[in-house]
Every structure is written in structure tokens, then in C-alpha cells.
Design a protein around this ligand. Structure first.
Ligand code: G1P
Length: 292
């Protein structure tokens, strides 16, 4: 089998962001900032660190803010240069050089599987990454890089997974899987269920918003019927993929923050700010005096 290299990453970014209204009335949820960086940028940087050179963003509306963010900005760059703000100038310039970024549209919110299907022609016949921008993963080695390495070793689809104890598993796709000898992070997937009832969940292994998928997934998405929530579910398409190929769960190293949830967003803000060299020490001192 020819070893295929991962070059492309797909970002579904077409949600309405209703949980963050009114902030998301006129800007996409993916442009909300943790400290000083939009959610989508965390994901794009992670994909680039994993070796991706082409980023495909599936938007629903208001893609202008995202396009502008990753585009060059001559007026801003000239103003920063004139003021001698070299570090900021480099930060702004580097954004437009991160990767080739293309946009496609999901006209109707028909589910995660449907969003990924919108990228079919742009991805073509090669394995690719999927990153859900709400999931921010703070790790030593970027999570997607860990997963691309697992793909290189197995040449099979890889799903990020973490343990979610208790009824909260119903908010996730859930994996029924068995350990793989010799690699404590890898699990062979036997069955997948999207958002199971707690009592029906086959395990506490939840799918996290990072995937490496083989291109056959597109055929599978085209074949599935609407599932949980009446939506075309990526999880159901991966279940169908199991009839043709092996699929692995991957217990990544790192901490995931659910920035799609207000409390998760606040926690991520605090943890990421505390880790910042420029802000962390002063922020830690201030937090000590916050009346709790
Ligand atoms: C999606 C997937 C689900 C996965 C989750 C991870 O659900 O459908 O399988 O566990 O992302 O964040 P969503 O959160 O979009 O409802």
C-alpha cells in the first residue's frame, strides 16, 4: 500500500453559535477569542503543526471575519510598521502565511456529516484531518500531530478520544473499542454510537473533535440517513466505514477545553491566560485576591 501523507484539514464552522448570543449575532462563533486569539486560529495552528498545508473552512454565513483574519492587511501592517511595533507586525503578517486557506459553504445546517461532505471535492482522494474549532486541546505535542503519527503507523482512520464519566457521555459520540497491544493510546473501534443515552453507552470513551479520516468517508456520508437530532452524523458514517476498513480511537495526550460552552470557555480562558508568559504572573496574583 502506498503511504499517503496528510496535507489537508477540514474545519466545520457553519454553526449558528446560538449558545453565545448576543456575541455571535454578527460574528461567527469561531472568531470568539480565548485571551487574544480566535478559536479557529488555535485549530488552524494545530493543523499546520501537524503538517497540513491546505485548510478548508466550511462556513455557513459571515465568513468575512474569518477570511479577513487569515488575509493580509496592508493598512494595519503599514500602521504597525510606521509605529515601529515589530512584534505585532510579525504576528499579523504570519497569519496570512500560515497555510493556503479555502472556504466552502454549507447552505443548510444538516449536521456534522453533511458539513464534512461539503469539502468532498476540495479534499479529493486522500486522507485528511477534521478539527472541530470548539474543542481546544492544550498539549505538549499538538493533538493533531499525535494523531497524524498514529495514522502514519496504521494507515487507518483515527478518532481522538477521552474518558467522560457519567451521564455527560450523552453529549458525545461514544466508542465501543478494544485495546491495541503495544500502544496504550490506541484502541480498535468495534462500534460507534452518537449521543447515546447514559444507560445505552457502550463505554466512557467519548469522541473528541479531532479526526483523521480516509477519503472513503465521503461515500459513507452519502449513504447514511439522518441520525441523532435528525442530522447527518459523521459518527454514523464512521460506523458504516467499519464494514470496509479498520478505525482506531486515540487517547491523546493533553487537556481538552469545550470552548463551545460558556463555562468551558471561561475555564479555557483562565487556564490559557495563566500559562502565558506575558500575562500569567500578574493574572495569578490578581486571581488570589478575587473574593470566592
Ligand atoms: C460532535 C460529534 C460528536 C463528538 C463531539 C466532540 O458533536 O457529533 O460525536 O463527540 O462533536 O466535540 P457536537 O458537539 O457537534 O454536537
Amino acid at each position: 500500500m502506498i503511504q499517503q501523507k496528510i496535507r489537508k484539514a477540514v474545519f466545520p464552522a457553519a454553526g449558528m453559535g446560538t449558545r453565545f448570543l448576543p456575541a455571535t449575532k454578527s460574528i461567527p462563533k469561531e472568531m470568539l477569542c480565548l485571551v487574544d486569539k480566535p478559536l479557529i486560529q488555535y485549530g488552524v495552528e494545530e493543523a499546520v503543526a501537524a503538517g497540513c498545508t491546505e485548510i478548508i473552512i466550511v462556513t455557513g454565513r459571515d465568513k468575512a471575519a474569518m477570511e479577513d483574519h487569515f488575509d493580509s492587511s496592508p493598512e494595519l501592517e503599514a500602521a504597525l510598521a510606521a509605529k515601529g511595533k515589530q512584534a505585532l507586525l510579525e504576528t499579523v503578517r504570519s497569519l496570512s502565511k500560515l497555510a493556503k486557506i479555502v472556504y466552502t459553504r454549507q447552505a443548510e445546517p444538516l449536521g456534522l456529516g453533511h458539513a464534512i461532505l461539503m469539502a468532498k471535492e476540495l479534499v479529493g482522494d486522500e486522507p485528511f484531518c477534521v478539527l472541530l474549532p470548539d474543542d481546544i486541546i492544550d498539549s505538549t505535542v499538538p493533538c493533531m500531530k499525535q494523531m497524524v503519527e498514529a495514522f502514519e503507523a496504521t494507515q487507518a482512520s483515527i478518532l481522538a478520544s477521552e474518558v467522560i464519566e457519567g451521564p455527560a457521555i450523552s453529549n458525545y459520540g461514544c466508542l465501543d473499542c478494544t485495546p491495541v497491544a503495544g500502544n496504550p493510546r490506541l484502541m480498535e473501534v468495534k462500534r460507534l454510537v452518537e449521543k447515546p443515552k447514559f444507560e445505552d453507552a457502550p463505554s466512557a470513551n467519548a469522541i473528541t473533535g479531532r479526526y483523521v479520516l480516509t477519503p472513503r468517508i465521503f461515500q459513507m456520508i452519502e449513504g447514511v440517513k439522518p441520525g441523532a437530532g435528525g442530522e447527518l452524523q459523521l459518527t454514523d458514517a464512521i460506523q458504516a466505514l467499519l464494514q470496509h476498513e479498520k478505525v482506531y480511537g486515540y487517547r491523546f495526550e493533553g487537556t481538552r477545553h469545550d470552548a463551545g460552552d460558556k463555562l468551558g470557555f471561561l475555564k479555557a480562558t483562565v487556564e490559557l491566560a495563566l500559562k502565558r508568559r506575558d500575562l500569567g504572573p500578574a493574572f495569578r496574583e490578581w486571581l488570589k485576591n478575587v473574593p470566592l
